[in-house]
Design a protein around this ligand. Structure first.
Ligand code: ATP
Ligand code: MG
Length: 331
């Protein structure tokens, strides 16, 4: 059973030079309690995919142009009216942004901010909300939580602020947390603590996480399953151990060779030559073909290939390469 099923999602951004299909037919499932990682180069549509779930486009000229976002028990979020979706935000699904300052109101004390999240959805008094906020700060291991309740965001370090953001995300015990590079803005030493904390809290509450990250080491350590995106599409998905240990799409393999992470740590990093295609007018066929060392003429025609299981692949391990058997043999 899935908590979230995204099916054929299409999300477009309007720009002066045309309509960019930032998300072009993305499908994946997240199970209850699961941590699902999304990786891929900058601009491939990771944030656009996740922002589509709660329609949090931050004022950008974006719209969902197709597909379904099925949340167990709530229906299709893509088809919901804004008012209904506002109820889902925070209560069922919470979002953690990269920069904690964007999530916090600079003019409101921490305790009040956490309390307001609770009061927006629950009928509790200010004092009850404050007590709940205090407990949430303890849960995320904020030191001197009583004192922090009365602090303003700028009085806290980046790591503490992100703990507060996590406390706010957990305030209503959502079933899903979407974390878009939640630690990129933090010191390296703090990043690991924050991710561990997020995982620990979600494990204990049974909350699922969609985690967007550039760090394959992080995916390897904390995610259960993952998707690799390229130019608006998922090119490979499966259990983390399958995808990282036996990557089958040439893009995944190139990514593993190019990024510092568990794979390739001891070997020389090989950057991927070339650049991703435009999402306004992408080339036909496989979008990675222009950069792929295995590409054949048939890779550059028709619709982009769909995800499918390769012979011998583990359950749920899919990739979108029409040559997958051939190029695998050649590698
Ligand atoms: N505010 C915007 N206005 C216009 N187009 C946008 C906007 N934000 C994103 N896009 C388009 O959507 C594409 C995907 O962007 P998205 O932010 O989802 O990438 P990403 O994978 O999250 O990248 P990063 O790793 O840099 O965060 C971009 O390549 C761009 O074409
Ligand atoms: Mg992003």
């Amino acid at each position: 059973m899935s908590l979230l099923s995204i099916r054929d999602l299409v999300t477009e951004f309007e720009s002066p030079s045309g309509t960019a299909r930032a998300v072009d037919g993305v499908s994946f499932d997240v199970a209850p309690g699961e941590i699902f990682g999304i990786v891929g180069e900058s601009g491939c549509g990771k944030s656009a995919t996740c922002r589509s779930i709660l329609r949090l486009f931050g004022g950008a000229p974006a719209r969902i142009a197709g597909g379904r976002i099925l949340l167990d028990g709530a229906g299709d979020l893509a088809a919901m009216r804004e008012r209904e979706l506002a109820q889902v935000r925070g209560r069922d699904v919470a979002f953690i942004f990269q920069d904690p300052l964007t999530a916090l109101n600079p003019t409101m004390r921490i305790g009040r901010q956490i309390g307001e999240v609770i009061r927006r959805h629950r009928d509790v008094t200010r004092a009850e909300a404050r007590d709940a906020a205090l407990q949430l700060l303890r849960d995320v291991h904020v030191t001197s939580p009583e004192r922090r309740l009365d602090a303003y965001p700028h009085e806290l370090s980046g790591g503490l602020r992100q703990r507060v953001v996590i406390a706010m995300a957990l305030a209503l015990r959502p079933r899903l947390i979407i974390a878009d590079e939640p630690t990129t803005a933090l010191d390296v030493t703090v990043q690991d603590q924050i991710l561990r904390l997020l995982k620990e809290r979600c494990d204990s509450l049974g909350t699922s996480i969609i985690l967007i990250t550039h760090d394959l080491g992080v995916v390897s350590q904390i995610c259960d399953r993952m998707a690799v995106m390229y130019a608006g599409r998922v090119v490979e998905t499966g259990a983390v151990r399958e995808v990282l240990d036996a990557p089958s799409h040439p893009y995944t393999r190139a990514l593993l060779a190019a990024l510092p992470g568990q794979v390739g740590r001891d070997s020389e990093l090989v950057p991927i030559g070339g650049a991703p295609p435009s999402l306004i007018d992408p080339p036909p066929g496989c979008r990675f073909a222009p950069r792929c060392v295995f590409a054949q003429p048939q890779c550059r025609i028709g619709a982009p290939p769909a995800l499918r299981a390769r012979a011998g692949a583990g359950e749920g391990h899919l990739d979108a390469c029409i040559l997958n058997e051939v190029c695998h043999a050649a590698a």
